[in-house]
Design a protein around this ligand. Structure first.
Ligand SMILES: *Cc1c(COP(=O)(O)O)cnc(C)c1O
Length: 427
């Protein structure tokens, strides 16, 4: 679709482009397989000589239509859907790192990502150094090793809400000849497009704002096409030397700027699975059609709620980059001038136990292991998502033991505040 369309129009119109007589609405291609007229046609697909569908574990037309919409929203060149955000982050890193490799990651990433990178991938021989995203250039550069292959961070970290200085991170990564991978889940491309600031690859947990209604778990990987794998040939043999499992194809030579997503699809999806179900992709697409309407409302409500909490005597601290008093306000203004996200965090005077008691008093805001959807919800990371972490690890990850993660929905702001008011009065 024309590169001139604005995000609002892309949300609605992009992706599925029906031809004459085809369904106006994106169809769910509920089919594992695809028919061909002769054996040779099918053979060429397996040789990657022609593009086409043959098995849904690798590609499905419903998924591809939705991936192309997200790709356009991000301003990327190619994209793919995955079964979850976890799969997206795993594939994004594993597509370039092999056993014996190393990468660098912000220490304030989502707990699931922290476990995946720090524990599970370590068992596969891929090591990760976690760094403070606010550390100096020198400190971050000191983490690079000869076998470092990537830098990873979140635009706005979940749940510590650190705003990343994307341009600075891109410069550091590129100085060391490696790509910057950004998990853009919380900002969404409506509020931030990391490629415009030098990021090379973007990932999403589409489970959050993109789906927007807490209906389906999913993920996406989008490539900018900007990273020159061949310029760093020795670092990225998976992309720059023959793939024996694909008749000796060299992805970066054969597919040029499309190499990253081609490899992740042809090799990782083929071997590891983790495709998004077309049914879920259909629901994700419905969510994407209103992303541009929902994000501003989430931000507007979150600002009102955080301003209310900031003034409340029982509240010890509030963290929301939209607040002028926030440490990350200037970075947020630079990277997300229209707002950051609907997620805020705060702590109550009296600490951990008071926080737990307060949550139990909420009526409108539900306690759920979820974040970033239309309904206001709340979670205590130290008791829930991050409960496997020690207090020291929590603090290192920017998650205070008393931190309440409050995901502000798109209800009327006054109703959300009234709910907070009654719960605060009850403790
Ligand atoms: C939720 C989340 C993930 C993991 O995504 P799932 O879809 O739950 O697998 C990754 N990154 C961020 C920032 C998240 O919020």
């Amino acid at each position: 679709m024309s590169a001139n369309y604005r995000p609002e129009t892309i949300c609605i119109q992009s992706g599925w482009k029906p031809q004459k007589g085809e369904p106006r609405v994106l169809p769910i291609y509920q089919s594992t397989t695809y028919k061909y007229d002769n054996s040779d046609q099918m053979g060429r697909l397996f040789d990657l000589e022609e593009s086409g569908y043959f098995y849904t574990r690798l590609q499905n037309p419903t998924n591809d239509a939705v991936a192309s919409k997200i790709t356009e929203l991000e301003g990327g060149i190619a994209g793919m859907l995955t079964s979850s955000g976890q799969a997206a982050n795993y594939y994004a890193v594993f597509n370039i790192c092999e056993a014996g490799d190393h990468f660098i990651c912000s220490n304030s990433v989502y707990g699931g990502t922290f476990n995946l990178f720090g524990t599970t991938m370590k068992k596969q021989g891929i090591s990760c150094t976690f760094i403070d995203p606010d550390a100096s250039d020198e400190e971050i550069e000191a983490a690079f090793l000869p076998n470092t292959k990537a830098v990873f961070a979140e635009t706005i970290s979940n749940p510590s809400l650190v705003v990343l200085d994307i341009e600075r991170f891109a410069a550091i990564a590129h100085k060391h000849g490696v790509p910057l991978i950004i998990d853009n889940t919380f900002a969404t491309p409506i509020n931030c497009r990391p490629f415009e600031w030098g990021a090379d690859i973007v990932t999403h947990s589409t489970t959050k704002y993109m789906d927007g209604h807490a209906m389906s778990v999913g993920g996406a990987i989008i490539d900018s096409g900007n990273f020159d794998w061949m310029a760093h040939k020795d670092k990225f043999p998976g992309l720059t030397t023959p793939d024996e499992s694909y008749h000796g194809i060299i992805y970066a030579e054969k597919f040029g700027k499309m190499a990253f997503i081609q490899k992740a699809t042809a090799q990782l999806m083929r071997d590891l699975g983790s495709i998004q179900s077309p049914q879920n992709a259909f629901l994700l697409n419905v969510g994407l059609e209103t992303l541009h309407l929902r994000m501003p409302r989430h931000c507007e409500n979150a600002l009102k709620v955080s301003e209310y909490l900031e003034k409340h005597e029982k509240v010890a601290w509030v963290n929301y980059a939209g607040l002028k008093s926030n440490k990350y306000h200037a970075l947020a203004e630079k990277y997300m001038p229209n707002g950051t996200c609907g997620v805020i965090s705060f702590g109550l005077r009296g600490g951990r136990d008071v926080s737990v008691a307060f949550m139990d008093k909420l009526k409108l805001a539900a306690i759920v292991t979820h974040v970033a959807d239309a309904r206001t919800c709340v979670l205590h990371p130290a008791s829930h998502t991050h409960r496997q972490m020690t207090d020291a690890q929590l603090i290192e990850a920017g998650v205070a033991p008393d931190l309440i993660r409050f995901s502000v929905g798109i209800e009327h702001a006054e109703d959300i505040i009234t709910d907070l008011e009654q719960a605060l009065a009850a403790i």
